[in-house]
Design a protein around this ligand. Structure first.
Ligand code: SF4
Length: 322
């Protein structure tokens, strides 16, 4: 029994119970991503492989921490000894900032619009990175859409300008305008992630009725020549009702463009509260298909410097977990 089976089981389980006292540095809170607004998370790692554990009292997985940072993770019959990783901002080794913690759109799977949070000032973003500078290798920015897609892009570009002095690779994941890839590239951004989210245009339209699917595809296509193969990413949620064949076709399409898909297990929250969490067999099949296609295309997600492909806490990432 090894890492892959345990991570698959934990991702399918969703939540993790903590039996004992966590070290002070351990708990991360999130204002974006699958755990936005939740009760915090812990990162457990074994030999450089990592899983994000959403803390939940009734969770099927159990983490038993010890005072020295060692810990045992158990899910059903599976268990491994590892370590609890310190977080930078949101995740280990990165200062991952959600610039605007609100969104005028209402994508059904996303909890960010429900938070109605505020926008961080440029100075706040600089201070946040400064506070964790000694324990991060990268900066990542994401954002809801506070006013408009264009206005948000403009604001995030201001934040990027202010953060360049840290000399760290910067990754940006926002909803793109047609000019976003070029603008971010000119600012020296290292990597971008524009999220397709759904495997098909029809599923996207059903969950994000006000956003254009094709805009994301166009931005991804425009980004590959600018940022390079292996440095452009797109989240695809697994479990929104797509068939296995549809998911594979989406993976094939993205990889064919030179984009690295990040296969994100659905977290049934917000308007998707009634959906089932994808099971471990489904996650395993999708990740193995992705591994094959990446290999054929000569693409390596392991080259990622920033954001989810570098973190891999929430996903079964073939370049690290298989
Ligand atoms: S995989 Fe992405 S969303 Fe998940 S903890 Fe890491 S950076 Fe955050």
């Amino acid at each position: 029994m090894g890492w892959t089976e345990l991570k698959e089981a934990v991702l399918a389980a969703g939540g993790c119970r903590i039996e004992g006292t966590l070290p002070d540095y351990a708990v991360a809170t999130s204002t974006a991503g699958p755990g936005a607004g939740g009760s915090g998370a812990v990162f457990f790692s074994v030999d450089g492989r990592r899983v994000r554990l959403a803390i939940a009292e009734g969770g099927r997985a159990t983490l038993i921490p010890r005072p020295d940072g060692a810990a045992r993770l158990r899910c059903g019959e599976l268990e491994l000894e590892g370590r609890i990783e310190p977080v930078g901002l949101h995740c280990p080794r990165q200062a991952f900032i959600t610039v605007s913690e609100s969104c005028r759109y209402r994508c059904r799977y996303c909890p960010v619009p429900l938070q109605e949070g505020r926008r961080k000032s440029v100075e706040e973003c600089v201070a946040l990175v400064d506070g964790v500078r000694d324990r991060v290798d990268a900066i990542a920015l994401t954002s809801g859409v506070a006013e408009s897609i264009e206005e948000e892009e403009e604001y995030v570009c201001r934040v990027v300008r202010a953060l360049r002095d840290f000399g760290l690779p910067i990754g940006v994941s926002i909803f793109p305008t047609p000019e976003t890839p070029q603008r971010l590239h000119e600012l020296g951004v290292a990597e971008v992630k524009f999220n397709l989210e759904a495997a098909t245009p029809a599923i996207f339209a059903a969950h994000c009725p006000d956003l254009p699917f094709d805009r994301v595809l166009e931005a991804l296509a425009a980004s590959v020549p600018l940022f390079g193969r292996g440095h452009v990413f797109s989240n695809v949620i697994v479990g929104l009702g797509e068939t296995g064949r549809e998911l594979e076709a989406c993976i094939d399409r993205l990889v064919g463009m030179g984009v690295v898909p990040v296969l994100r297990p659905l977290n049934p929250v917000a308007g998707c509260g009634e959906y089932a969490r994808p099971d471990s067999a489904l996650l395993d099949r999708a990740a193995r298909h992705l591994r094959t296609r990446l290999g054929e295309a000569g693409l390596d997600g392991g080259e990622a410097l920033t954001m989810c492909a570098a973190c891999t806490g929430c996903d079964l990432a073939p370049w690290r977990d298989l």
